[in-house]
Design a protein around this ligand. Structure first.
Ligand code: ATP
Length: 537
């Protein structure tokens, strides 16, 4: 599937728009249109239902060490600045960037690649932000331009390397930046904190400085004690949260995949340290199955364990659920969700102060005065098990998913093209979104075949009987074939048509988006039929 086709469909049919588009847009920010907002809500709703509200704490789920409880939370986006100092985000949540003095553009150091080439007695490194085949073409095009050659002279370029990451290049004086015309315009890599800074209240100085949260997780940790004290949950249990997060990404790209404002769906699961490996395995598999159950295909979805070098500063083990997005080069996957074994890092650091690695473990980082560099809350965040009389800091397993990346993956997976017979039996090209019925923005469209003989009235009665339960759509304009096509294109799984036979026997036609199968259902059983097909609502 070509990504441009999906991007154009998203804009044309109201799934996604660029933020502030009438002012030229704002890079890294996206708005969800009338259908997009339904899709994203359905994803969040499916996650919340499957993980939280319909979780049965009396039953041991398959693969879990024992039964467990789940509760939810909704925390603020701006929190006490000390939260980010203790979590480590203040010191270590950064990427390296390079600036181009000529084009004034900024790049993420590890996202620029390029190739060494020799020509006319000079050896230069031609850099690009593109990937794969596109990167090869782009570097060739730039090298030809730089050496003043025409396309037919391409064999005068002696390529000396495959694509390399800019991080492998030590001296930038021979580097031709992605948007530069001269060599050596890129600055040395510099650290760049990804947190958005803001000021709280009337204090405009550093005293009032605060950050927009770069993840929802920390709100859960700082409320751990509140939840324990105000509910009857006992370890093992999970706290779930869905909410906006903000990262000032250096190079937002790939449609909504890397945005600066996005939504996360996170669980912090608290367990006894001796059981944390088993819970990690459970969540890793459980979350992978969730995406499969909603329609992502096995060959484009994978579960990948991090190598020790990739592990975050806190993590004893992490696996990513990744999807082969069509905008990535062949064979490359993009992260949908990370499942991390965080040990007791977070609760301990909010208790004792920011931790740093030492001798295979963690210790509180000390400042020059010998006191904790970023002091913790000093509050007791341990857990006391009434039954075993044991006090300990629970270990945490964190499945952390992005709602926007999930929406994008479901859209990419759903996009299909085929041919269907038109009303004269001739083949007609069709674009349709094969979205899982739970995720589809509109669950059914109701049509009168023609605008006469009482059909509109009968169709409107059905529409009204369904509307309180499902997001359904009524349409009576144009040929019925075109109305089907419009619904297929936005992923509506079922169309219900009132036709000549309805007045005779009280039945209507149901049509399935994927198989095009049609069958008749009693008009007064449409709600029951839709419930059976989509799931209870
Ligand atoms: P990446 O390596 O792609 O930047 P990450 O490992 O930093 O992602 P996490 O910190 O693990 O991401 O965040 C958890 C989830 O939040 C990710 O799996 C992803 O779905 C989502 N997410 C993170 N950053 C972004 C972003 N800039 N835009 C959209 N979603 C994001």
């Amino acid at each position: 599937m070509e990504m441009e086709k999906l991007v154009s469909l998203c804009k044309r049919r109201g799934f996604l728009y660029q933020s502030s588009e009438i002012y030229g847009g704002l890079n890294g920010f996206w708005d969800y249109g009338p259908l997009g907002v339904e899709l994203k809500r359905n994803i969040k709703e499916a996650w919340w239902r499957d993980m939280v509200t319909s979780h049965d704490e009396l039953v041991v789920p398959s693969g879990a060490p024992c039964a467990y409880e789940m509760v939810g939370l909704d925390c603020t986006i701006i929190m006490h600045p000390q939260v980010w100092k203790c979590s480590g985000h203040y010191d270590v949540f950064h990427d390296f960037m390079v600036d181009c003095r000529q084009s004034k553009r900024r790049y993420r150091h590890d996202q620029v690649q390029g190739r060494w080439v020799s020509c006319q007695g000079r050896r230069i490194f031609v850099a690009t932000e593109a990937d794969g085949e596109e990167a090869l073409q782009d570097t060739q095009h730039k090298a030809l331009k730089f050496f003043n050659l025409r396309a037919k002279d391409a064999d005068r370029l002696a390529w000396e390397s495959d694509l390399l990451c800019l991080t492998e290049v030590k001296d930038f004086s021979a580097v031709l930046g992605p948007d530069a015309k001269e060599l050596g315009t890129l600055t040395e890599p510099r650290e760049y904190n990804l947190m958005f800074k803001t000021y709280v209240g009337a204090l405009s100085g550093e005293e009032g400085a605060a950050f927009l949260r770069p993840e929802t997780a920390q709100g859960i940790f700082v409320n751990f004690k509140n939840v324990l004290d105000s509910t009857r949950v006992a370890v093992p249990f999970g706290i779930a949260q869905i909410g906006k997060s903000f990262r000032n990404e250096i190079t937002p790209r790939y449609f909504t995949f890397r945005s600066r404002e996005f939504e996360q769906m996170e669980i912090e699961f608290f367990c006894h340290p001796s059981q944390s490996r088993a819970w990690y395995e459970y969540w890793r598999n459980r979350r992978y199955q969730w995406y499969l159950s909603l329609g992502l295909a096995g060959e484009r979805l994978r579960l990948r364990d991090h190598t020790p070098e990739e592990l975050s500063h806190y993590s004893c083990g992490t696996a990513d659920i990744e999807y082969a997005f069509p905008f990535l080069p062949p064979g490359k996957f993009g992260e949908l969700e990370g499942i991390a074994h965080r040990g007791d890092f977070d609760l301990r650091s909010h208790m004792e102060g920011k931790l740093v690695r030492q001798d295979g473990g963690y210790v509180v980082e000390l400042g020059p005065d010998g006191k904790p560099r970023h002091p913790g809350s000093g509050k007791d965040l341990t857990y006391f098990d009434d039954q075993t009389r044991e006090r300990y800091i629970p270990h945490v397993i964190e499945p952390s998913a992005g709602a926007d990346r999930a929406a994008l993956a479901f859209l990419c997976e759903a996009y299909q093209e085929d041919q269907v017979p038109d009303e004269h039996g001739n083949p007609r090209d069709r674009v349709f979104l094969r979205l899982h019925p739970r995720l589809a923005p509109i669950k059914a469209a109701v049509f009168p075949l023609v605008r006469k003989d009482g059909m509109p009235e009968a169709a409107q009665r059905i529409y009204r009987s369904l509307k309180p339960h499902f997001n359904v759509f009524y349409d009576e304009k144009g040929a019925v074939g075109r109305r089907y096509a419009r619904q297929d294109e936005v992923g509506t799984p079922y169309c219900i048509t009132v036709d000549g036979q309805t007045a005779l026997d009280g039945t209507v036609t149901f049509r399935d988006r994927d198989t095009l199968r049609q069958w008749r259902v009693r008009a007064d059983d449409c709600l029951g039929e839709l419930r059976r097909l989509v799931g209870v609502s």
